[in-house]
Write a protein that binds this ligand. Structure first.
Ligand code: C5P
Length: 231
């Protein structure tokens, strides 16, 4: 079965407060998406990579692809206004319904080979997988007045990361259903699987260093993690 990795890179990165989307900011001299691509392109189990991005930044991406010798990037697709529309654009571009597909945030450059292998392995037995780590903080649920509604037992809580992985036919079905669902607010692909009852979602152990670069402070942290990874 063919194994894909779709990199979601169509976000505007408003929380970063820089005009350039965060996937094109530099970390240790290279853009964040290049670090992510190095890892995914170099993974022996990945057959093909699609990149989903904002069409206004296509020329940035073309330059990146020209100055690197990635061998697995076969499609650069236009994303949508929401993460859900971007992942729909990626999954509908996968032709084989029995393919195993990982969707990964381009702004998580420290994805490990182990996580990718574990996700593909889990997809041999489960139709959907997520990657998560234990919650270190207490998670509180609040109401509209910002008062605590409940404090769920922390031992059962996890923080979701990416990749999320699916058999292509299952995720295509979820996105078809979402397009006809006026009430859908879910932006997360595993959330769609749960909403439409399309089976269990198996959880693969993530890693603390698989951070999502979201806020300016994350760039400092990312720089330190990069140094750790290279020693
Ligand atoms: O906004 P957030 O940090 O949750 O974005 C996670 C990932 O999803 C990023 O890699 C971002 O580029 C991508 N995304 C996307 N299309 C959108 C919004 C986010 O591909 N419309």
């Amino acid at each position: 079965r063919k194994r894909y990795c779709i990199l979601l890179a169509a976000g505007s990165g408003n929380r970063m407060k820089f005009p350039t989307p965060k996937q094109f900011l530099k970390l240790a001299g290279r853009t964040i998406i290049e670090h992510t691509l190095d890892m995914v392109d170099g993974h022996p189990e990945v057959d093909e990579i699609f990149i989903v991005m904002d069409k206004d930044y296509r020329s940035f991406m073309e330059e990146i692809l020209l100055r690197n010798s990635y061998t697995k990037v076969t499609k650069v697709l236009n994303g949508g206004a929401s993460r859900r529309e971007s992942s729909a654009s990626g999954i509908f571009a996968v032709e084989e319904d029995d393919a195993l597909v990982l969707l990964h945030d381009a702004v998580r450059p420290f994805l490990s080979h182990r996580i990718v292998s574990d996700c593909y392995k889990a997809l041999e037995q489960h139709a959907s997988v997520d990657v998560a780590i234990p919650a270190v903080d207490t998670i509180i649920k609040v109401d509209e007045q910002d008062c605590i509604q409940s404090i769920p037992d922390r031992s059962a809580l996890r923080r979701g990361q990416t990749p999320q992985g699916f058999r292509a036919d299952v995720l295509k079905r979820a996105h078809h259903l979402a397009m006809e669902d006026p009430e859908v607010k879910v932006t997360d692909d595993c959330g769609l699987i749960l909403r439409y009852g399309l089976g269990d979602v198996h959880v693969v152990q993530g890693e603390e260093r698989n951070i999502k670069i979201t806020y300016p402070e994350d760039l400092y942290l990312a720089d330190k993690i990069f140094q750790l990874n290279t020693v």
